[in-house]
Write a protein that binds this ligand. Structure first.
Ligand SMILES: *[C@@H]1O[C@H](CO)[C@@H](O)[C@H](O)[C@H]1NC(C)=O
Ligand SMILES: *[C@@H]1O[C@H](CO)[C@@H](O)[C@H](O)[C@H]1NC(C)=O
Ligand SMILES: *[C@@H]1O[C@H](CO)[C@@H](O)[C@H](O)[C@H]1NC(C)=O
Ligand SMILES: *[C@@H]1O[C@H](CO)[C@@H](O)[C@H](O)[C@H]1NC(C)=O
Ligand SMILES: *[C@@H]1O[C@H](CO)[C@@H](O)[C@H](O)[C@H]1NC(C)=O
Ligand SMILES: *[C@@H]1O[C@H](CO)[C@@H](O)[C@H](O)[C@H]1NC(C)=O
Ligand SMILES: *[C@@H]1O[C@H](CO)[C@@H](O)[C@H](O)[C@H]1NC(C)=O
Length: 780
C-alpha cells in the first residue's frame, strides 16, 4: 500500500487528499490489477508494413495469452508504446506480473509509480547573450519538455517573426492552439483523474512547465517582473528554438511512469532534438526499471540528448537521481542576486531575512506575537505545535491582524494564514544554511537563527511589541556561484564510478513565465495572479542546461548526444571547492559556460555500443542487451563484470575500497572537433596523495573528426574513509582547455548513507525544494 505525504504548505490539503488517494490506491484486494509497464527493448525493424500497428497487435496478443481472453486484454491495455521502442502499459494482477517477468523477451515489468515534479539575470551571470546565433539555425532545434504543460498565451511564447517548424517535425497539437514557437503539445493521464483546478489539455495549471519552457526557450520580453521584483528582460537561452510540450505532471496527482514513457515514445518519433526533464525519483531504480532512464536511452539512440534535474534532496550525500550515463544530470547553484526582505521592530532594530516578498505594508507596523503564546488550546494544540506554526495550531482570535514569529525548519506559513495572521517572521532555531528565497501567501520572511532569538527577546521584554516586514530588495551575493543546499549530491548510487551530477547551473531564485491561474507561492491561500514568478530548484537549473545543449546542437547539428554533453562538461568553469564542501559531488564538472561549450576543441564521444559495453560490465546479460539494442550482435560476449572505468565519460571517478591502495588505469578517447592541425598537451592537477600518469602526454591531431586514445594510471597509498579527493586532467592546445575532474573516494557509511537501498520504492519528484514535494512512502 502506498500513501502520499504532502509536506509544507500543502499540508492543509492533506486530510482531503489523503482520503482520495487512499481510495485510489487501496481499493480491492491484492489480486486487483494495477498499471505496469512491460518493457521489451528496441522496436523491431520492419522492411515493410506499419510497425506501430503491428506491435500494437502483438501487445494485445501477448496480453491475451497471459490474461486468457481477448476482451480482458483489450480492457487492460493502457498504452502501446511502439513509435520509438517496444513496450506496453497494462493493468496486471501480481500473478500476471510474475508471468510477464518470466518471459524471455521481457526486460522489466515496472509498477506505475507516481513521480512528482522536481530569470533572467541567470544568462547574464553565465556571460551569455541569448539570440546571438542565426534565428534560422536556432529555429531548427526543437526542445521537448516533459512537465506540467504550458500557458500558451504567455508573452514569452509569442511567435512574432518566426518561420514555420522545420520539415522533419512530425508532432501534433492537442487541445491548445500552437504557433511557430510552441509547435507540439500532447498530454498524458493514464489515471484519468483530474484535480478540479486542472485542464484536460496541455494547458499548465501549476506554472512549473511554463516556467521551465520559458527559461529554456522563451522569447525576449522586456519589463518582466514578479510584482515589481527582479524587473528586467525575461528571455530563454535559445529564444528562437521551438518548444514541444508533453504534459505528464498533473496538479496534486504527480507524474506517472506510464505517462512519462508514453511521452518519450511520442517525443522521439515526433523529432525533438533535446529533451528537458525537470523531474525524477528520489531513489533511482536500476536503469531498465526506470521509465526516465529507458526513455532517455532510446532518445540517445536517435541522437537526442536528455537533460534532467538531479533532485532537491541535498545536501545529504548520495541523493542525486537521473544517474544514467547517457543523461546530462544537472545540479543547481546560486546567481549573484539574493532576495532580502527586512524585518523592522518597533524599537528600530532591523534584521535582514531571505524571502521573495512582494507585499507592501508601506512601513505600517503591526502587533507582533510569538506563536508559542497564541496556541489554540481548545482546538487541542499546545505550545510545541503552535511555536512551529503548524496548520490549525494557532488561535485565530489572538493571531488575526498580527505578525507572528514562528520557529520554522521548513518555512511553512500555512498555520498563520489559517488563523488569519497578517504576516510571519520565521527562523530555524538550529543554525542552518539559508541560501534561497521562498515566496509566501502573505508578508513573510526567514531570518537567521540568532536574529530570531533577538526578536523573541524583544517580544518578551516589550509591552506592546510591533513590527513591519519590508518588500524584498535584491542584494548582490558576492559568494556566488555556490551549489544550493537543496541540490542533490553525489556519489552515484547505481554506478559509483560515474560521477554525478554532471554539471551545475543557476537554479536559485529564477524569474520566468508563469500560469496566471497558478498560485505563485504554491499556497492555496495565495490569491495573487502573476505572469512571471521567481522560484528555485534543480527543476529551474535543468532547462538552462537544456537551452545550452540546444545552442550547441544548433551550431553543430551532427554532434551526438555524448559529444554535446562532453562539450558542456569539459568547458565548465572551475567551482571553488572552499565554498562547496562536497566538491564534485555537488557541482560535477563545474559551472556551465555556454559560450565555451560551443567550441570545446575535443570531445569524449560515446555511442550506443559504448553504453552497451558499460551495461554488460554492470551485469546486464546478453538477452537484455540484444533486446535493448534491437540486434543480435549486441552481446556481452567476453565482457567481464567490472567497474565502469572504461566508459568514455568526460570525468574520471575512482572508488577505492576502504583500506585498499589506489591503483587503476582509465582508457579514454578524444575526438578533435576544433581546427584540423591541433596539438594538445596534457597537464594534471592532483593533490599529493594521488599519483597520476597520463600516456601519451601529447596528442597531435591533423584532421577534424580524428580520434586519439590515452590512458590515465592512478596510484597511491592505502586510503581509509576518504570522502573525496579531487583534481583534474587537462588537455590544452593553447586555445582550448579540455578539463575533466578526477575524483578518488572510498565508499564510507557517510558517503552512501542509504546504501544498500531497495529499488523503486520511494519515489518523489523534485519541484522547487519543499514545494509540491510529495513523497510516496511504502507502509508495508
Ligand atoms: C501506423 O499505425 C498507427 C496505429 O495504428 C497509426 O496511428 C499510424 O498513422 C500508422 N502509420 C502509417 C504510416 O500508416
Ligand atoms: C480540451 O480541454 C477542455 C478544457 O480543459 C476540456 O474541457 C476538454 O474536455 C478537452 N478536450 C479533450 C478532447 O480532452
Ligand atoms: C500600501 O499602499 C498601497 C498603495 O497605496 C495600497 O494599495 C496598500 O493597500 C497599502 N498597504 C497597506 C498594508 O496599507
Ligand atoms: C481552534 O481549533 C478548532 C478546531 O480546529 C477550531 O474549530 C477553532 O475555530 C479554533 N479556534 C480559534 C480561535 O482559532
Ligand atoms: C551489429 O550489426 C549491425 C548490422 O545489423 C552493424 O551495423 C553493427 O556494426 C554491428 N555491431 C557490432 C558491434 O558488431
Ligand atoms: C553471450 O553471447 C555470446 C555469443 O553471442 C556467447 O558466446 C556467450 O556465451 C553469451 N554469454 C552468456 C552469459 O550467455
Ligand atoms: C596540417 O599539417 C599538415 C602537415 O604538417 C600540412 O600539410 C597541412 O597543410 C596542415 N593543414 C592545415 C589546415 O593547416
Amino acid at each position: 500500500m502506498t500513501i502520499i505525504i504532502f509536506r509544507r504548505w500543502v499540508s492543509v490539503l492533506y486530510p482531503i487528499l489523503l482520503a482520495s488517494i487512499l481510495v485510489h490506491y487501496c481499493r480491492g484486494n491484492s489480486d486487483e490489477r494495477k498499471v505496469h509497464i512491460v518493457y521489451m527493448g528496441e522496436r523491431p525493424h520492419s522492411p515493410s508494413g506499419n510497425m506501430s500497428s503491428l506491435l500494437a497487435v502483438r501487445h494485445i496478443s501477448l496480453l491475451e495469452r497471459v490474461l486468457g481472453s481477448a476482451s480482458l486484454a483489450k480492457e487492460s491495455l493502457v498504452y502501446s508504446y511502439a513509435r520509438s521502442f517496444n513496450a506496453f502499459a497494462a493493468k496486471l494482477s501480481p500473478q500476471e506480473v510474475e508471468k510477464f517477468s518470466k518471459m524471455k523477451r521481457v526486460i522489466s515489468v515496472i509498477p506505475n509509480h507516481k513521480l512528482h515534479l522536481h530569470t533572467t539575470r541567470s544568462w547574464e551571470f553565465m556571460n551569455f547573450s541569448p539570440g546571438q546565433i542565426s534565428a534560422q539555425k536556432e529555429g531548427n532545434v526543437i526542445i521537448g519538455f516533459l512537465d506540467s504543460g504550458i500557458w500558451p498565451e504567455s508573452e514569452s511564447f509569442n511567435d512574432e517573426g518566426m518561420t514555420p517548424p522545420p520539415a522533419k517535425w512530425k508532432g501534433e497539437c492537442h487541445n491548445i492552439t500552437c504557433n511557430n514557437k510552441i509547435i507540439g503539445a500532447r498530454y498524458y493521464n493514464t489515471g484519468g483523474m483530474y484535480d478540479p483546478t486542472e485542464f484536460k489539455s496541455p494547458r499548465d495549471a501549476m506554472g512549473h512547465g511554463t516556467h521551465t519552457s520559458s527559461t529554456a526557450a522563451g522569447r525576449e520580453v522586456a519589463g518582466a517582473s514578479f510584482l515589481g521584483l527582479a524587473e528586467g528582460t525575461a528571455t530563454g537561452g535559445v529564444p528562437n528554438a521551438r518548444i514541444a510540450v508533453y504534459k505528464v505532471c498533473w496538479q496534486n496527482r504527480g507524474c506517472s511512469n506510464a505517462d512519462i514513457l508514453a511521452a518519450f515514445d511520442d517525443a522521439i518519433a515526433d523529432g525533438v532534438d533535446i529533451l528537458s526533464m525537470s523531474l525524477g525519483s528520489s531513489v533511482p531504480p536500476p536503469f531498465f526499471e526506470d521509465a526516465m532512464a529507458i526513455g532517455a536511452f532510446h532518445a540517445m539512440k536517435r541522437g537526442v540528448l536528455t537533460s534532467a534535474s538531479s533532485g532537491n534532496s541535498g545536501p545529504t550525500p548520495a541523493t542525486a537521481s537521473n544517474l544514467a550515463p547517457w543523461m546530462l544530470t544537472v545540479a543547481a547553484s546560486t546567481i549573484d542576486r539574493q532576495f532580502v526582505s527586512k524585518v523592522v521592530l518597533g524599537n528600530g532594530e532591523t534584521f535582514p531575512g531571505i524571502a521573495v516578498n512582494s507585499f507592501k505594508l508601506n512601513g505600517t507596523t503591526f502587533p507582533l506575537v510569538w506563536a508559542g503564546d497564541v496556541a489554540n488550546y481548545s482546538g487541542g494544540s499546545g505550545v510545541i505545535n503552535a511555536k512551529n506554526c503548524l496548520p490549525g495550531s494557532l488561535n485565530s482570535y489572538k493571531t488575526a491582524g498580527k505578525i507572528v514569529l514562528c520557529h520554522s525548519i521548513v518555512g511553512d506559513v500555512t498555520g498563520v494564514a489559517m488563523a488569519n495572521g497578517l504576516g510571519a517572521i520565521m527562523f530555524n532555531p538550529i543554525p542552518s544554511v539559508n541560501d534561497f528565497a521562498f515566496s509566501y501567501p502573505l508578508p513573510a520572511t526567514q531570518v537567521r537563527s540568532g536574529d530570531g532569538d533577538a526578536i523573541l527577546d524583544y517580544i518578551r521584554t516589550t509591552e506592546n511589541p510591533i513590527a513591519t516586514i519590508l518588500v524584498s530588495e535584491t542584494w548582490k551575493d558576492v559568494m556566488a556561484p555556490y551549489v544550493a543546499s537543496f541540490s542533490s549530491r553525489g556519489p552515484n548510487r547505481l554506478s559509483p564510478e560515474i560521477l554525478k551530477p554532471d554539471i551545475t547551473v543557476p537554479g536559485v531564485d529564477i524569474l520566468a513565465a508563469w500560469s496566471p491561474v497558478a498560485s505563485p507561492s504554491g499556497s492555496p491561500f495565495d490569491t495573487r495572479k502573476v505572469k512571471y514568478n521567481v522560484i528555485s530548484g534543480t527543476s529551474m537549473s535543468c532547462p538552462h542546461a537544456s537551452a545550452v545543449a540546444a545552442y550547441v546542437k544548433a551550431l553543430h547539428p551532427d554532434w551526438s548526444p555524448a559529444a554535446i554533453k562532453s562539450a558542456i562538461m569539459t568547458t565548465a568553469n572551475v567551482m571553488d571547492p572552499r565554498k562547496n564542501e562536497d566538491h564534485e559531488f555537488a557541482y560535477g564538472s563545474g559551472h556551465i559556460n555556454p559560450v565555451a561549450a560551443a567550441d570545446p576543441g575535443l570531445v569524449y564521444d560515446a555511442s550506443e555500443d559504448d553504453y552497451i559495453y558499460f551495461l554488460c560490465k554492470q551485469g546486464y546479460d546478453n538477452t537484455t542487451m540484444e533486446l535493448i539494442a534491437g540486434r543480435s550482435n549486441a552481446s556481452c560476449n567476453g565482457v567481464a563484470l567490472g567497474r565502469a572505468w572504461d566508459l568514455n565519460y568526460p570525468t574520471f571517478g575512482l572508488v577505492v575500497e576502504d583500506g585498499e591502495s589506489i591503483s587503476t588505469s582509465f582508457t579514454r578517447t578524444v575526438t578533435n572537433v576544433g581546427p584540423p592541425n591541433s596539438t594538445y598537451h596534457v597537464s594534471v592537477q592532483m593533490p599529493s596523495l594521488v599519483n597520476v600518469e597520463v600516456h601519451p602526454t601529447v596528442l597531435p591531431f591533423s584532421a577534424v573528426g580524428q580520434s586519439m586514445t590515452f590512458t590515465v594510471k592512478v596510484s597511491g597509498p592505502k586510503i581509509v574513509d576518504q570522502p573525496i579527493r579531487s583534481g583534474a586532467i587537462l588537455w590544452g592546445d593553447g586555445v582550448h582547455v579540455v578539463r575533466s575532474p578526477l575524483v578518488v573516494y572510498t565508499i564510507t557509511p557517510n558517503s552512501m548513507a542509504a546504501l544498500p537501498f531497495k529499488p523503486a520504492e520511494k519515489i518523489r519528484f523534485g519541484d522547487q525544494p519543499g514545494r509540491l514535494e510529495h513523497e510516496i512512502v511504502e507502509t508495508n
